[in-house]
Write a protein that binds this ligand. Structure first.
Ligand code: 76R
Length: 281
């Protein structure tokens, strides 16, 4: 079988590195069921969620999960899972379902993606030195460049993201890049896309220390092309960064957004407080 040559370098997709798998679960609490349940059983359900949240946040896991209390959107929690393998992600979901809380958790939406670092600058630089049409030379050079990237500490930290302790708020939404006639991200040259992403990155870095972002790719995994996860110390930072980015060409011209979910990370003791009637005497 002969392999098809790669397209001309102007149509190259950016090389990328993938990290942890991500699952966002939007969960509604079965309030009626919990209020009507025997208080011991209801307390057990909330305690089991607290215990899971506690264990999942332990650094020893190959990944972690966070439980966030959500305002709006008709849901109560966002449960955010990061795991190093697909199997471990499924296992985390099973643990939640099997727990006493699982009987009172109504999962309203789920979104699957994998942490992605889009390497526009690297791809552009490499395509200036090596002809992407020369498949063998290109694949070898790319594999070497990607391996070198992956060895960098700061790259690994981005592929395996942790939520900063002092940033309890989360904002999550899926997004696409447009493919309209005359406004098609995927028909732009690599040069054009790299230029737009560089400007996007410069704008993003103005929020360094205020917003931490995780971009996870979901082409072939879920309905949109990316999931965005942001953490901040104050939810108004989400409004600030997203408003500014709307005016930047990469978003203004090319971004389509899905539904937003905003929440705050919950700590162990808070779970039982959700239902005062069941709180231990
Ligand atoms: O040159 C560079 O360093 C750019 C690095 C970079 C890439 C490749 C980067 C930086 N982003 C990249 C890719 Mn981003 N980002 C978003 C959103 O778009 C919106 O309006 C809102 C959603 C935010 C808030 C955000 C923040 N980014 C992407 C992609 C994939 C595009 C592709 O591959 O074609 C999407 C969909 C996307 C969306 N981005 C940054 C930020 C911030 C804060 C940064 C700088 C952070 C840093 O470099 O540490």
């Amino acid at each position: 079988m002969t392999s098809r040559p790669l397209p001309h370098s102007s149509e190259l997709p950016p090389a990328s590195l993938e990290g942890w798998y991500v699952l966002h679960q939007s969960v509604e609490l079965d309030w009626a069921g919990l209020k009507g349940a025997d208080p011991v059983e209801a307390r057990e359900a909330l305690r089991s969620l607290a215990a899971l949240a506690e264990r999942w946040s332990a650094a020893s896991e190959p990944g972690w999960s966070g439980v966030y209390r959500v305002a709006g959107g008709g849901i109560d929690f966002l449960v955010l899972h990061f795991r190093d393998t697909f199997d471990r992600l499924i296992e985390a979901v099973r643990e939640l379902k099997l727990s006493a809380f699982g009987d009172h958790a109504l999962v309203r939406d789920e979104y699957l993606s994998v942490v992605e670092l889009g390497l526009y600058a690297l791809t552009r630089e490499l395509s200036g030195r090596i002809d992407p049409g020369d498949r063998e030379a290109w694949d070898a050079a790319l594999a070497e460049a990607l391996a070198e990237e992956r060895r960098k500490g700061y790259v690994r930290r981005r592929l395996e993201p942790r939520q900063p302790e002092h940033m309890p708020y989360v904002c999550h939404y899926p997004m696409d890049k447009r493919r309209n006639p005359g406004q098609n991200w995927y028909a732009l040259s690599l040069e054009e896309r790299a230029g737009l992403i560089a400007a996007h990155g410069r704008l993003g870095r103005r929020f360094a220390g205020r917003v931490v972002q995780v971009i996870s790719g979901s082409m072939g995994l879920d309905d949109w092309e990316w999931a965005v996860t942001l953490w901040a110390e104050d939810p108004l930072e989400f409004k600030a960064i997203i408003s500014e980015m709307r005016y930047d060409a990469a978003s203004a011209e090319y971004a389509e957004f899905g539904p937003f979910v905003v929440g705050k990370r919950m700590a162990g003791a808070e779970f039982e407080g959700l239902l005062p009637s069941v709180a231990a005497p």
